[in-house]
Design a protein around this ligand. Structure first.
Ligand code: 4NP
Length: 152
């Protein structure tokens, strides 16, 4: 079996998708499961940027250092390199469907579709809100990470 390669995609790649990446990587490591994990944004405003300070802070509160992550924009090539691509919200999903190449092999899904009872919902963008929003983001992406590990 090929190693699962999972890509999380949000808008800026500085808040939600880096936290999803961190949560899944940490859970997989703790469980001894070998997977590749990455994240990207549909937009290009934060290419090369470290995650938002509030995202770094919530990860740190959970024992994870994401200060070395760097933002990047999703590309058509990602649909060939990854086995699974998860969109953090429905806008991200719509944009991913537009750039998906015809020879793309990755499955494409809304992230919260993995979590029973949360199907069809997006992970709320915490960027314009307060610090508490980042705790909600962490909670959502952690639940989704657990569900992903159960499913693969
Ligand atoms: P993210 O949050 O998509 O969760 O990384 C955002 C970060 C930056 C912007 C929007 C959303 N922005 O417009 O710069």
């Amino acid at each position: 079996m090929t190693t699962p390669a999972i890509l999380f995609v949000c808008l800026g790649n500085i808040c939600r998708s880096p936290l999803a990446e961190a949560a899944l990587r940490a859970q997989a490591q703790a469980a001894g499961i070998d997977i590749l994990v990455d994240s990207a944004g549909t937009g290009d405003w934060h290419v090369g940027d470290a995650p938002d300070r509030r995202a770094q802070a919530v990860a740190r509160r959970h024992g994870i250092d994401i200060s070395g992550y760097a933002g990047r924009q999703v590309s058509a090539q990602d649909f060939r390199r990854f086995t699974h691509i998860f969109a953090l919200d429905s806008d991200n999903l719509k944009n991913l469907r537009r750039i998906r190449p015809s020879d793309g092999t990755a499955t494409l899904r809304l992230l919260m579709d993995m979590v029973p009872g949360r199907e069809g919902s997006g992970v709320t963008d915490p960027y314009y809100g307060d610090d508490a929003g980042f705790d909600i983001t962490w909670d959502d992406v952690s639940r989704a990470a657990t569900a992903i590990l159960k499913a693969i």
